[in-house]
Design a protein around this ligand. Structure first.
Ligand code: NDP
Length: 448
């Protein structure tokens, strides 16, 4: 008789949990995972994947408009929100089935109910059943933060935005981070009037200011309104069903939908971590060491619940490293420097390494190279929008320690150049690389 029901019990079948359980099973562990909502987690079910489909769909508005100048005649155009929403939902269903098959193919048992921690080696399912495991991995992710103000029950978060019954013609979005600006771009391109309201006068705090300034100008030129230092004070539902949004210092705004995107918090409430003696960090996160171990030797945590870097590829790497460490006999950690990231705003921006401000704050003596150019695609379309690329070079070593870009396909290009930054290549290496012409990416090797 085995001492425990499983070698590994994972709570949460999102990016980190699915990767960890399948790799652990591959190392020979008897693994199980519990999921209270849908297999796939935030990224697949109500995050990166459906969001990207909406971005693609909304960009057709611009492409269809441009075709006329390029010789195409397109018939009457119209947009059907319900058709797009239902297509996205069906694609999410497909992916959920694929993730479930991954668990099955790797012989990972799955329980479709909430699980909480009952003790260092015990989880309790919502049905009341208790299951023992040699190790428990918490990978429950994070949850949208909803600020307190009267009428906040009329606002939605990124959890609900994919399921709107009707297309909102007037949208107010609170926050100026990833989710706010990505959805501002989507709704604006699909024809809604969008007003972004934020509590400070900054957008996308962690990105290089040259890029965020440029993004703000371009989003405004595309018709998105911004109100800064204007947190929502109340939302009043009116008799015709519309919403009246009151923000500090400005006139009220009429809206059909209010999306709140003010950050995400680790989803630890009610998880029973106290039953294993685990104390939460100030943001409700589970503190872990570099091997994803908590203060309880049998319990580990990966992904957004640890509040390190809230990005899917990071959670996947943490889950993989955990499984290799605990079940594969290959202890390993992951590197948190040089993580590339992107915002799928319209236009998109992306960056890797240090921003100019961060490089200066860290005491680097730096040289800045920039390229401010009009992408060929925009030229054809007689669109004034310009791209902007920026290299941060450490003067002492000549190493490129940061690359930041805004413009068409910036995330696609950035992923490739992130390899060069991670590898520690120098500005001379960039200069030695022959340009690929005509492309936007060639700007990266032409900055002098
Ligand atoms: P972000 O942290 O990106 O932005 C939060 C925004 O909300 C900021 O503008 C912030 O203002 C504001 N804010 C924070 N707290 C409050 C509050 N209490 N009241 C009013 N405003 C507030 O969060 P998101 O929700 O947009 O995204 C959550 C995370 O999800 C991101 O950090 C990212 O890691 C991940 N994500 C990644 C994506 C990608 O990789 N493309 C896409 C979507 C999400 P201020 O800055 O002025 O303080």
């Amino acid at each position: 008789m085995a001492e425990f029901d499983y070698d590994l019990f994972v709570i949460g079948a999102g990016s980190g949990g699915v990767r960890a359980s399948r790799i652990a099973a591959g190392h020979g562990a008897r693994a199980a995972v519990a999921e209270e909502f849908r297999v796939g987690g935030t990224c697949v079910i109500r995050g990166c994947v459906p969001k990207k489909l909406l971005v693609y769909a909304s960009q057709f508005a611009e492409e269809l408009h441009d075709t006329a100048k390029l010789g195409w005649t397109i018939g009457q155009k119209s947009f059907d929100w319900a058709a797009l929403r239902d297509f996205v939902a069906s694609d999410v269903d497909r992916l959920e089935r694929a993730y479930t098959s991954t668990l099955d193919n790797n012989k990972v048992d799955h329980f479709h109910e909430r699980a909480t921690i009952a003790g260092p080696n015990t989880v309790r399912l919502a049905s009341g059943r208790e299951i023992s495991a040699k190790y428990i991995l918490v990978a429950v992710g994070a949850w949208p933060v909803m600020p307190e103000f009267p009428g906040n029950e009329h606002a939605i978060t990124s959890n609900e935005v994919f399921h709107l019954e009707n297309f909102p013609k007037r949208v107010v979005i609170q926050g100026a981070g990833y989710i706010a600006l990505e959805f501002a771009g989507i709704f604006n391109a699909l024809g809604a009037h969008v007003t972004v309201v934020n509590r400070s006068d900054k957008i996308l705090r962690s990105y290089d200011e040259s890029l965020t300034d440029r993004l703000l100008t371009m989003m405004r030129a595309r018709g998105v309104e911004f109100r800064f230092n204007a947190p929502i004070e109340s939302i009043i539902k009116q008799s015709d069903g519309s919403l009246c949004v009151n923000t500090k210092g400005f006139l009220p705004i009429e809206a059909d939908a209010v999306l709140v995107a003010t950050g995400r918090k680790p989803k630890t409430p009610g998880l029973g971590l106290e039953n294993a003696g685990i104390e939460l960090g100030p943001n409700g996160q589970i503190p872990v060491d570099e091997y994803n171990a908590t203060s309880c030797p049998s319990i580990y945590a990966v992904g957004d619940v640890t509040d390190r870097v809230q990005l899917t590829p990071v959670a996947i790497r943490e889950g993989h490293a955990f499984a290799d460490t605990v079940f594969g006999g290959k202890p390993r950690t992951i590197a948190y420097d040089h993580i590339p990231s992107a915002v799928f705003s319209q236009p998109p921006l992306a960056g890797v390494g240090l921003t100019e401000a961060a490089a200066r704050a860290a005491g680097h003596d730096i040289k800045i190279y920039t390229s401010d150019f009009r992408p060929m695609k925009n030229m054809f379309a007689t669109r004034a929008e310009r791209g902007f690329y920026k290299l941060i070079v450490d003067t002492a070593t000549d190493k490129v320690i940061g690359v930041h870009m805004i413009g068409p396909d910036a995330p696609e290009i950035l992923q490739a150049v992130a390899i060069a930054v991670k590898a520690g290549l120098t500005k001379a290496d960039f200069d030695d690389t022959v340009a690929l012409h005509p492309s936007m990416a060639e700007e990266l090797v032409l900055m002098r």
